[in-house]
Write a protein that binds this ligand. Sequence first.
Ligand code: ARG
Length: 456
Amino acid sequence: MGILRDRFAGEAADAMRAFASSLEVDLEMLAEDIAGSTAHVRMLGEVGIIDGAEAETLAAGLAAILVEIENGDWAPTDAHEDIHMAIEARLLDTIGPVAGKLHTARSRNDQVATDVRLWLQRRLPEVEGAIGALLSALLDRVEADGQIVIPGYTHLQRGQPILLGHHLLAHAWPLARDVGRLQDAWKRADQCPLGACAMAGTPFPIDRQRTAELLGFTGPTDNAMDSVAARDHALEIASACAITTTHMSRLAEELVLWSTTEFGFVRHGDGYSTGSSIMPQKRNPDAAELVRGRAARVQGNLQTLLSLLRSQPLAYNRDLQEDRRALFDAVASAADCATVLAGTVRELQFVDRFETELHGDFSLATEVADFLVGEGLSFRDAHGAAARLVKWCEERDLDLSGVPTEVAGEFHPALANQLGNLLDPRAAAARRTSTGGTSRDEVMRQLHLLRAGLDS
Ligand code: ARG
């Protein structure tokens, strides 16, 4: 009879066995499973639940299995229900019956919960690093090209002239917050479930504080049932991943749009562009598009986890085995998207074409209104006068630079000799010196703030 089948008269069905195995995805947390077991046997030995020599044998056996796996001398197969059973079975083969003591005062429920948190403990710094690298690529771009004047949009209609640096920083800030969100989520995840056992704790005198310490957690979880049933750390982290890939997708979307002939504002580098199988001229921005697409999958992962949890009674249910694919994929995707997008950003070549084109553009209409406020009009009256001026131009197919002095004077006497001075887009951007505005000084201030945050 197979392992854990003593209370049955027959074996599990073949179809059930294959369906039930989580081994494929568990392999990602193999090192974590061995680390969890090693900490557990050390603690068992220290408190005297098993004797010191047994603890040594078990720990050495576990370490040897890790080496075997790394050298390709042994690999778990899906003959086992999961990584926990595979390693326990291998330990029995290599060190004999003392292997049976490994599972004293624990359950697979707390074991798997611990493995997943240990996996996050290892992977989250990598994701944060990858987002940091993307952030740093953006900041380098701001430094190199930030002074280029571009139209700022609302409703995808030209709004006001801004500096490219201002726009790129508007993508950088959310990414900086994303790193904070992941760090924040980890603070709540940073507790060790091991020793919760099935859900009720154990009569053995275990030292959960010690196990937590050995595994690098701040301490043990507080409620044994919560320890095995909770996955809100997975929800929070998948959510942070969905949010950050959504941010990356918004940046990617603009990079795609800006590279069109119609925008003609950026050229994607060779390293992150692809050709077409039929159209010889193509330089497709596939990297950015793939980031946009992957963000959809990560949103799906978050939805999977929410749906997975919503109808589960406490405590552990086997449904929970489905958490890993979604969570691991969300985390890996966030890192991969950040890495690819950072490379894309580093290779971008911006075209400085808008400054000339925007001279006299209607996106300077706010300048006219703001100027008239300086002449004593209320903003509403000034807005009306500037809007009528735009209408006058539109009817004659002119831009603001085509308005004759005497006509400008009819809209407001002060405009007669001042309108010309309001039509320079760079000057318009430079005037926006309020905190967070698009002036050069404000762009530099933000750049330094974000750089300091990255360094710390
Ligand atoms: N493979 C299981 C999982 O991934 C491990 C826990 C099994 N626990 C149990 N009570 N069957 O969740």
